[in-house]
Design a protein around this ligand. Structure first.
Ligand code: NAI
Ligand code: PYR
Length: 377
């Protein structure tokens, strides 16, 4: 198979979908890898390293997209990339389609088969989302601590406190991978940490992991209101796989927060859980203020720590890319039901139930969509 790796074009997206090590693995199995020149620079990989690994360097993004049978990316294609879509193209990347109907429509209209990293499963977790959630959860506390500083617009508190002065309060809504990693950092800093989750089992596991270092609360409007009101730093970390994130933090709750408090809504890539967040921000302009509270809503947080993130991401994506490249998409999905859960769009249809529901479209089984002869509309 011919696999194309374009340079990411989202604001401050410095990750790349493959490392030279990944190229070696694919080339060893007889595949051709085309890498856009400069694609790896943000992550510390030079063009020559890709060439030495066996990739062919291509100067132009359009050429990578048109020559490749499978495009591997990190982030969802931006509008200017929609022009590269064509029937039969296979796209393997983060997509987050629930809040992106225009992207879903473009993929459907052009007959692209799109496998979304974030909905691939392995029976117990979301293996291609987990490493970036680990990164983003840890970053959420780092960034929150920074924006709580007065010189960054915050109320001017140190999360750890000091002897004789209270510790800062961190409330985390959603105790999965992002939430757990945020808690690790916040506890490490010495903050007073509360985690809210809707799963009693998950709350038990968190209690086993952290013991008395954290408070756990069942998710309901009353407890969320309480956790939000007392938070110096509020972290949004809820996920219902494939679906649009539920707006659990209302405007009234945000109004109850202290002036200069900070919200980091990591779940923004699925639309966000905070009612007052009406925009996705960028690493260039990461925060805006509403009701005296700083809101951070960057949808590609790990893009700012690419040397860590690219390695962590490609460690898990390349083995799946190999399955697709070695077997072809249909056989790879037939043999791996977890990978099949990643198929979001095929043959002009939506093939992930939660995504279809979020987009208000019919859900079509992967097998059926892949067997359809695509007719361009
Ligand atoms: N902004 C960014 O750059 C990044 C965003 N993310 C996003 O962060 C979000 C969280 O991801 P993960 O932690 O990996 O998901 P996860 O599936 O590990 O955890 C989600 C947690 O939310 C809980 N939950 C579901 N409904 C809830 C409710 N009503 N109240 C409270 N808790 C509820 C679940 O029980 C689960 O524990 C996702 O949207 C993910 O895509 C991940 C990485 C980077
Ligand atoms: C998960 C995701 O969208 C990201 O790492 O950017």
């Amino acid at each position: 198979m011919i696999i194309g790796i374009p340079k990411e074009i989202k604001n401050n997206e410095n990750r790349v979908a493959i490392t030279p090590a990944g190229v070696v693995s694919l080339v060893k199995e007889g595949h051709r890898v085309l890498v856009e020149a400069g694609a790896g620079l943000g992550s510390g990989f030079r063009d020559e390293e890709y060439e030495q690994a066996g990739a062919a360097l291509v100067r132009d993004a359009a050429e990578v997209w048109s020559a490749a049978e499978m495009i591997m990316k990190v982030k969802e294609p931006l509008e200017k990339e929609y022009a590269y879509f064509r029937p039969g193209l296979l796209l393997f990347t983060y997509l987050h389609l629930a809040p992106e109907p225009a992207l879903a429509a473009a993929l459907q209209q052009k007959g692209v088969a799109a496998v979304a990293y974030e909905t691939v499963t392995d029976g117990r977790s979301l293996p291609l989302l987990t490493p970036m959630s680990e990164v983003a959860g840890r970053m959420a506390v780092q960034l929150g601590a920074q924006f709580l500083q007065r010189n960054h617009g915050g109320q001017g508190i140190l999360l750890s406190g000091v002897p004789g002065v209270s510790r800062g309060k961190v409330s985390i809504i959603g105790g999965g991978v992002v939430g757990t990693n945020a808690a690790k950092l916040a506890v490490g800093l010495g903050a007073d940490v509360t985690i809210v989750d809707v799963s009693a089992d998950r709350l038990r596991q968190l209690d086993d992991i952290f013991g008395t270092q954290i408070h756990t609360l069942m998710s309901n409007p009353f407890n969320i209101a309480r956790a939000v009101a007392e938070a110096d730093l509020l972290i949004g970390a809820v996920l219902i796989p494939g679906a649009k994130a539920p707006k659990l933090v209302t405007e009234e709750m945000v109004r109850s927060m202290k002036s200069g408090s900070v919200i980091v809504d990591v779940a923004i890539d699925q639309g966000g859980i905070v009612e007052t967040i009406d925009r996705v921000t960028t690493h260039d302009h990461p925060v805006f203020e509403k009701h005296g509270v700083l809101h951070y809503s960057v949808a590609n947080m790990p893009g700012a720590v690419p040397k860590t993130s690219t390695l962590a991401l490609t460690n898990v994506t390349v083995p799946y890319a190999l399955q697709i490249a070695n077997k072809g998409l249909a056989a790879a999905l037939r043999e791996n039901s977890g990978l099949r859960d990643g198929l979001n769009i095929a043959g002009g249809a939506v093939t992930c139930e939660a995504v279809a529901k979020a987009l208000g479209q019919p859900y079509v089984l992967a097998e059926e969509a892949l067997s359809r002869t695509f007719v361009a509309r």
